[in-house]
Write a new protein. Structure first.
Length: 285
């Protein structure tokens, strides 16, 4: 680990939580390759058991400043344990199958240093599926109002350790996995400040069929309900926006049902009419 005491540059801790993902080696290399050098790399092996992941970790162990081995406890606990061991003034979470462009830390820390109101730094995202770029995504960023009804920052973003400490870290008892990032950002921003979006593509996000996000997509409303009930005073204070969002969701759901029903009716109609048309053509002949 690099010595950071008495140095003018802020110290960054890059925390990578990993569970059965051999891509973790690429994530570590992404952290190593950052042009910002005053940093440490912490990897939390959250009970990985598969041979490929263990070999991947072994291949980059000399680049890891702190390796934490624990039984599988979930991403929130893994991240919190990594941050607890960190020495950085700033924390950058990095999922084990994703990567940052080499200038992200340098650009993010400049934003943080120049504006104390910035609590989260994120960026534009390159979305990758099966090794192919499938589009660019730009988070909305902004203040708490932009985070009330959807996450407006990337899960792998930078924030201050003191802010993480002030809110007690990631929620470790979320009944449904996959919403810990959004809930953390709500906690960070509910007392003020905002998330800044660097207008550059500096993050590469891997979309995987078996990822947590894919597995829990159908539970989105349940997760949203949990967020609302946990922060009900916040939603009461923004009641009109809450009502508008609920009606938008209802209308969107109704439109989707109409579309599906129309497609189903069409398919049933075609299934019935096709043999009749064939019979008609036979008798005509």
């Amino acid at each position: 680990m690099q010595e950071h005491k008495n140095k003018p540059l802020p110290f960054i801790s890059i925390v990578i939580a990993c569970y059965n993902d051999p891509n973790v080696a690429n994530a570590v290399r992404s952290a190593v390759g950052q042009t910002y050098k005053n940093k440490e790399i912490i990897v939390v092996n959250d009970g990985s058991e598969d041979k490929e992941t263990l070999e991947a970790l072994s291949s980059v162990k000399e680049n890891i400043d702190i390796l934490i081995e624990q039984e599988n406890q979930g991403q929130s606990i893994a991240r919190n344990n990594g941050i607890k061991r960190s020495s950085g003034d700033f924390i950058l979470n990095l999922d084990s199958d994703d990567s940052f462009e080499k200038s992200f830390c340098h650009k993010a820390i400049e934003v943080m240093k120049n504006d104390g109101q910035v609590k989260i730094v994120t960026c534009k995202v390159n979305r990758i599926y099966n090794g192919k770029n499938i589009g660019i995504f730009q988070p909305a960023g902004g203040d708490i109002k932009n985070f009330l009804f959807a996450n407006a920052a990337v899960g792998s973003s930078m924030f201050r350790k003191k802010d993480w400490e002030a809110i007690g870290g990631y929620e470790e008892k979320l009944p449904i996995l996959g919403f810990e990032d959004w809930e953390l950002y709500i906690q960070l921003l509910k007392t003020g400040g905002y998330a800044y979006v660097i207008p550059e593509i500096l993050f590469n996000y891997q979309i995987r069929e078996n990822s947590t996000t894919q597995r829990i997509r159908h539970l989105r409303l349940e997760k949203f309900k949990y967020i609302i009930l946990k922060h009900k005073e916040l939603y009461k204070d923004n009641f009109e926006g809450f009502v508008d969002n609920m009606f938008e969701r209802i209308e969107k759901g109704a439109s989707e049902r109409d579309r599906i029903e129309h497609q189903l009716e069409y398919r049933v109609g075609e299934a019935v009419l096709t043999p009749l048309r064939k019979l008609k053509s036979i008798f005509k002949g």
